[in-house]
Design a protein around this ligand. Sequence first.
Ligand SMILES: [Zn+2]
Ligand SMILES: [Zn+2]
Length: 371
Amino acid sequence: MSSAPAAASPQSSSAELYRCAQCAAPVSWDPEQNALACEYCGNAQLVERPATEIPEYTIAEAMRRDDHRGLDVQVRRIRCDNCGATVDFDPGSVAGGCAFCGAQSVAEIEEGARAWRPEGLMPFAQSRDQALEEYKKWLGRLWFRPSDLQKGAQVDELRGVYLPYWLFDAHAQSWWKADAGHYYYTTRRYRSSDGKSRTRRVRRVRWSPASGKHERTYTNVPIYASQGLPKNLCTGIEPYPFENLVAYDGRYLAGFGAEEYVMDAAQGWEQGKERLSQEERDACRRQIPGDTHRRLRVSTSFSDAKFRHVLLPVWIAAYQYRNETYRFLVNGQTGKVQGSAPWSWAKISLAVTVLLAIALVVIYFVGYHQT
Ligand SMILES: [Zn+2]
Ligand SMILES: [Zn+2]
């Protein structure tokens, strides 16, 4: 029964399942040892990192590609009805509910992967325990959260998943036009309520047309290529140290999940252009001379767009707290945390009460001194 799902999937013909060289138990990637570790006999097989160039493709080349699908490792595929994420799991690990939304209604699916095999991958560098520590520190810094959150069961659900990304390189050229504003001051005379003549300094703006050009070559612009997680959470744990990318190697997936992308390279590039256009607009805004500006118009064109499909490591906990879904992510390389956590209304109302009491005391004493 255990071998049936893997055998049914078309990608499994040559797919690997990593086993311990000593006792043949399934092994998993251990970030602390940089090795495939066996939890039964303690054996660790080091994973060497050859310095291989990770290929890049133009969008046109990419859309013509139809080779190398799937992850080339034995997996159980799971699709979540709630958030729509498709995740490949190491058959040796317990899938449980959905890693992205905490839903329990996940279905194991038989169909093979349609997604391209990634060109590169960033291995986990933070172990589960280290990620848990970062999470607890992060949670400890938040105010007004329920006390039972720290020790709640949700932390047990922390799972390591590789997220699918498009990494873009592109050259951007922007031309901008705006009205640059320069401040100057005049003195205005006015009559105050007691009938005396007084003067006041008034700020005015002199507008003059301005224009310019900005260009920049961007590298490794990350675009999350799927839908399991909200975009703001994903960008919240950036940046990633892209110098730690390695050529794709299925051994790093042992014991982890990998989400399949739903957005292809062309759709990803549309989002990439949006992100870069915003950065270009900000860069142009900083070029405008003077003290202020209005009517900024920016026209940006892109050239030499290339991309790679890579997997980036994230520890995820999705949990339900009083019927609401909360998630937090820990960057699997840097340990940076981003997430949402429930508020404690009891603590907030207590704080408001205390502040009100202090305000009343202050008002009382100030009032006392004035009379
Ligand atoms: Zn072993
Ligand atoms: Zn889900």
